[in-house]
Structures are given as C-alpha cells and as structure tokens.
Design a protein. Structure first.
Length: 323
C-alpha cells in the first residue's frame, strides 16, 4: 500500500509539473528573455555554437592519470556546451584531463558519438546503466527519497548520486555552461593535491530552503553563496544515510526544490574549511560587456547571461582555441 501511494504521489507530481509548472515556467522564461523574437535570436546563436562544437579538434594527448576526474552531467541540449567547457579548460590548463560524461537521460547516439570523437579517452555513463548501478548501490527501499529526486524532470540531482555513489577519492564536477579564457591556476592547484572541498561563489544564497531549517539539520552554519557549478568532493566521505534523511526532512518541511542538490552540498560543507574559487576570476553571471571581452578566468552562464554566452562568449573562446 505504501509503495502504491508513493508511486501515485510521484505520478501526480509529474502531472502537476507538466500541466502547470512547466508551461508557467516557459511563459516566465520568455518574458525574462525579452520575448519570442529575442529568444529566436538566442536560439539561432546557440545553433551556431552547436555547429562549431562539431568542428572542434579532437583531444590528441593522453589524459593526466594522476589528477582527479572531471565529471559532467550532459544531454542532447547540452553536449555542445560540455564540449566547449572541457575543450577550453584543457586548452587554458595545458593538460588533457580524464573526463566522465553522465547522461541526463537525453543523450542520444549522435550526441554521444560527437563527444566520443572529441574526447576519445573519456567515459560515457548512459542513463539506463546509471539507473541500474545507483539502484544496486543505493537500494530504493532504503533510499526512497533520493530515488524520487533522481526521477524528477530537472536532473541536477544526478550530479550528486551518479557522480559520487560507490566511488572513492576526490572528484570535480563542472557544469557544462562554462567557458575558460585564462589558465585556471586555482583549479589546477586543487587538482594537484585536493586538500578540502571546493566550490565557486554564487551571487547570493540559492538553496531553495530557509537557512534556519538547513542549519538545524546540518548542525553547523552554512557557508555563504555555495554554487555547485564547480564542486569538488571526496566521494567516499559522503554519508548516504544522512543525505536520505536530510532530503526527506527538507521535502517534508518545505517541499522539493530545483536547488535541492545545491542545498545538500551546502549542508555537507557546513562548518568545514573549503577552497572557494576567487569570485572575480571564476565569474558567475558575467555581464554583456564581459561576455564580449572576457577578462575573468572562467564564466558560468546562468539566467540572463545566457544571451551573452550564445551570442558572443563562445565565439571569443573559439578564436582563442585557434590562436
């Protein structure tokens, strides 16, 4: 009976998402992005980026085996951004990296083939394989909340479970919607000898839950402005029983949230010494002028900065790859 009620609840949640929340989000997104005409121009610019990604030079040097892996959650809509992110990181770092691509459930054969051609030494973990692996490592009967969150339409939660469950050592997760323009010395120093968890600074706290609730569960003050666009954690240090408990209590108290995975990472880092990427060099939400003439080491393109990303920044990055 409990299983049927859980399944029914999840089904109703998905129906509500597709019938109400998704359409409303689409309307709000269109308004925020300047209306259909500007969205069309952004889409056309993004299509140019996708075509350019298909022409990137394949990774030609063997990856550095002594450094932690770089992990990306990617899919049909993001494979080109993943390719540019990893390609620009490697070009600016002067090193080929061990990379692992995690399918968000939409990575089709053609997109996987493009990534495989560009990064022949990389691993691709397809969603069906990951679902089976996570079910074996984190049995649904013991971790029902974690599995419910993995099944939601927005796949960010996979950056926690699929990257770290069953793994050992340090791993660095990068969001695909980032580009590198100068040598990432801060990241390279961390990769050479990871001393502590790593994250980048957000423009504000974006945890989706009230700070008193988060800190009462974590038992310590949360670090400020955690953004998991860059996130380095030691996989074997994660307590999955605790994460299941936290996840369940957060949802019971204040519902689910797009930012749940980021909130959980902030809780994991509560009261801990962390390596925080310098905000001026590892820039979230770059301005239009910064997108046209980048001065930062790295851009992370969220919200309204997507326009500068698709219309200008990737072109600058592409020119620098050819220099």
């Amino acid at each position: 009976m409990k299983a049927r009620l859980t399944a029914r609840s999840l089904g109703l949640g998905r129906a509500a998402y597709w019938l109400w929340h998704a359409p409303m989000a689409t309307v709000k997104k269109s308004i925020a992005e300047g209306g259909p005409l500007e969205q069309f121009r952004d889409s056309r610019a993004h299509a140019g980026m996708t075509r350019a990604a298909e022409q990137l030079a394949p990774q030609s040097h063997p990856p550095a085996r002594h450094w932690p892996e770089l992990h990306f959650l990617t899919g049909k809509k993001f494979w080109d951004q993943t390719a540019f992110c990893l390609q620009t990181f490697q070009a600016q770092a002067g090193h080929s990296m061990r990379a692992v691509f995690h399918d968000d459930g939409t990575l089709d054969h053609d997109c996987a083939a493009h990534l495989g051609e560009l990064f022949p030494a990389a691993e691709i973990h397809h969603r069906a394989e990951s679902d089976a692996r996570i079910a074996a490592l984190l049995p649904p009967a013991r971790f029902p909340t974690l599995h419910n969150e993995r099944a939601r339409p927005y796949p960010n939660f996979l950056k926690l479970t699929d990257v770290h469950a069953g793994a050992n050592g340090w791993r660095l997760v990068l969001d695909s919607d980032m580009l590198f323009f100068r040598r990432p010395d801060f990241i390279l120093s961390w990769l050479a000898a990871p001393p502590r968890p790593l994250y980048m600074a957000d423009v504000q706290d974006s945890y989706g839950y009230s700070r008193p609730l988060l800190e009462s569960l974590a038992g310590a003050p949360l670090p400020p402005r955690v953004n998991v666009g860059l996130c380095g954690l030691r996989s074997d240090a994660l307590d999955w029983e605790k994460l299941e408990f936290w996840c369940r209590r957060l949802i019971e108290a204040e519902g689910t949230s797009y930012y749940l995975e980021q909130a959980l990472v902030a809780m994991l880092l509560a009261g801990r010494d962390c390596a925080v990427a310098p905000a001026g060099d590892y820039l979230l939400l770059p301005s239009g002028d910064e997108c046209r003439a980048p001065r930062a080491v790295m851009h992370h393109y969220v919200a309204q900065s997507k326009r500068g990303y698709f219309r200008h920044a990737w072109r600058v990055a592409s020119r620098r790859l050819k220099d």
